[in-house]
Design a protein. Structure first.
Length: 363
């Protein structure tokens, strides 16, 4: 199943990072993996910050394929759930980025109930206008900082309420993502005879055969990158310490610092700063060579230490293509080790402790 260049370019346009876009363009246009190309195109579209209507329009342009058909069908069902019946309740929650919420930012409401989706959108419009006025922001700036979660509950046979679907909306009221409730996820899986996940981004089957020999990241060990998963967290910086082939969700990992200068290591695709972002940070990642903020200046020193040692050739482990680097691997393993956890639990490893652990490297 070949995909026309025009269609590939359309899917690539959903990738916000120029470097990542060029990387995948070079790989996909080679035409060696047409089935994988369709999978990647789906992921570019679904993991983006575009609205669901724009995503659906793009998915319909892809060649007919089980992935595209499943995605289109469930997305259309998710949009249809905006209609309400007697007894349905929509609960709306306004969310701020994690770093603002944990510092005591006031939330104007939590789980505000409404009986129609139209009233939900009216509330979102009013709250976004209030937020923009309070911060003297444009709506585009507001989109980078807040989002809404809308849960739909329907009455069951006992007149109790159960969650049917949850949507993620941006500050404009555009639906970006959705997640089916457990009961309805099982129902949909039964209809489609497939074990899938209610979260739209997790519908892709990454357990299929994988013959890629090119790691789909245009970075090397020790590169400092900008990590952007707004609105879930402000953009920040990290260092590449693990490189896989994108088949595994943990294949790319970074060392990074929090606002207090404590060091962490986590996978780029999920769980950065312990925040699960539905927006794919992988496709928004850019190489960074500017002046680091005060809390992250040690990243330059760590980067320089890694860059002094060349990486090894690609190795295949459990069907996954990995690259290796002696020092980067040591940093990675230490920050995941019991030693690290015993020091400060979930609060990170200080730069002083890190230097002490690797004193020979940072002499």
């Amino acid at each position: 199943m070949n995909i026309e260049t025009e269609i590939i370019e359309m899917a690539l346009s959903f990738i916000e990072s120029k470097e990542m876009r060029e990387c995948f363009r070079n790989t996909l246009l080679a035409g060696n993996e047409p089935d994988r190309a369709c999978s990647y195109c789906c992921d570019f579209i679904v993991g983006s910050r575009a609205g669901i209507d724009e995503k659906l329009s793009a998915l319909r342009k892809l060649p007919p394929h089980k992935e595209t058909v499943d995605l289109i069908n469930v997305a259309e069902s998710a949009l249809a759930e905006r209609e309400n019946a007697t007894g349905d309740i929509f609960l709306v929650t306004l969310h701020y980025p994690y770093e603002e919420s944990k510092n005591g930012v006031d939330v104007s409401f939590e789980r505000e109930p409404y009986h129609t989706f139209e009233k939900v959108l009216n509330l979102i419009g009013k709250e976004t206008s209030r937020e923009c006025a309070h911060r003297e922001e444009t709506i585009e700036q507001c989109i980078e900082r807040i989002w809404y979660e809308v849960e739909k509950f329907i009455p069951d046979e006992n007149s109790d309420l159960k969650n049917k679907i949850t949507w993620t909306l941006n500050a404009k009221g555009e639906i970006l993502f959705f997640e089916l409730g457990d009961d309805f996820q099982k129902h949909y899986n039964h209809i489609n005879e497939a074990e899938t996940d209610g979260d739209w981004r997790a519908w892709l089957d990454w357990e299929s055969s994988n013959d890629w020999t090119y790691p789909p990241v245009p970075f090397d060990f020790g590169d400092i990158i900008t990590i952007d998963m707004r609105p879930y967290y402000k953009d920040f910086h990290g260092i590449i310490v693990r490189i896989g082939d994108n088949h595994d969700c943990c294949s790319v990992a970074c060392v990074y610092a929090d606002e207090d200068g404590f060091l962490y290591c986590s996978t780029l695709k999920h769980n950065m700063h312990k925040v699960l972002s539905k927006v794919s940070p992988l496709y928004r990642t850019e190489r960074f060579d500017g002046e680091l903020p005060e809390n992250a200046k040690m990243l330059k020193t760590i980067s320089e230490a890694i860059k002094k040692i060349p990486s090894t050739d690609k190795v295949r482990e459990d069907g996954v293509v990995w690259r290796d680097h002696e020092l980067a691997k040591q940093f990675d393993e230490f920050l995941y080790s019991d030693d690290y956890k015993k020091k400060d639990g979930y609060f990170g490893c200080s730069w002083e402790e890190f230097k002490e652990k690797f004193s020979e490297v940072f002499m």
